[in-house]
Design a protein around this ligand. Structure first.
Ligand code: ZN
Ligand code: ZN
Length: 169
């Protein structure tokens, strides 16, 4: 059995980061609206628990999460917006797009213009500044679609299959 040690390490690091963020949110309640703070705490707890299950999956030799659809499905029905990337100096980089989740204040996925995901980039770029929801094609469907709340035309603009193991963990 070959373990994906790199991904295990990365996931452990991510889990630690969410745990630290959760502690911060719990302690610094003042910064947020009380209800908003509670909602964020629940979202963070969900992420930490999901990472627990993902780590068990990896330690059994399971496959690595795939960029795009596996991340979109974790934000099913959440409110997403498209934003430009920034370099270290804070300059806007229009060749990098981020899908940002407003529901859980987190980056969902990033898309670079020059990569093989080129088509995804263009499709997402068409909805810059719009409100986007990831929605499954049907109940229990393995296909997740990005849908736009601001557009009548091309409302469903990007669909992709999630990993077959994803719903099992
Ligand atoms: Zn979310
Ligand atoms: Zn749109």
């Amino acid at each position: 059995m070959v373990l994906d040690n790199e991904e295990i390490k990365l996931s452990e690091k991510l889990q630690k980061m969410y745990q630290e963020f959760l502690i911060y949110v719990e302690q610094e309640n003042v910064e947020f609206d009380r209800n908003e703070s509670k909602k964020l705490e629940l979202k963070l707890e969900e992420k930490i628990q999901w990472l627990n299950r993902y780590l068990i999956h990896l330690e059994k030799g399971g496959k690595r999460i795939q960029a795009g659809p596996d991340y979109w499905v974790q934000h099913e029905n959440h409110k997403l917006i498209v934003e430009y990337g920034e370099d270290e100096q804070g300059n806007v980089k229009k060749d990098i797009l981020f899908l940002w989740c407003e529901t859980c204040s987190d980056i969902v996925s990033s898309h670079t213009k020059k990569s093989y995901e080129n088509q995804d980039f263009e499709k997402i770029n068409n909805h810059f500044g719009h409100e986007i929801n990831p929605v499954r094609k049907g109940q229990n469907s393995k296909t997740i679609c990005l849908t736009c709340n601001n557009c009548q035309k091309n409302k469903v603009f990007l669909c992709s299959d999630i990993s077959d193991w994803f719903d099992e963990i």
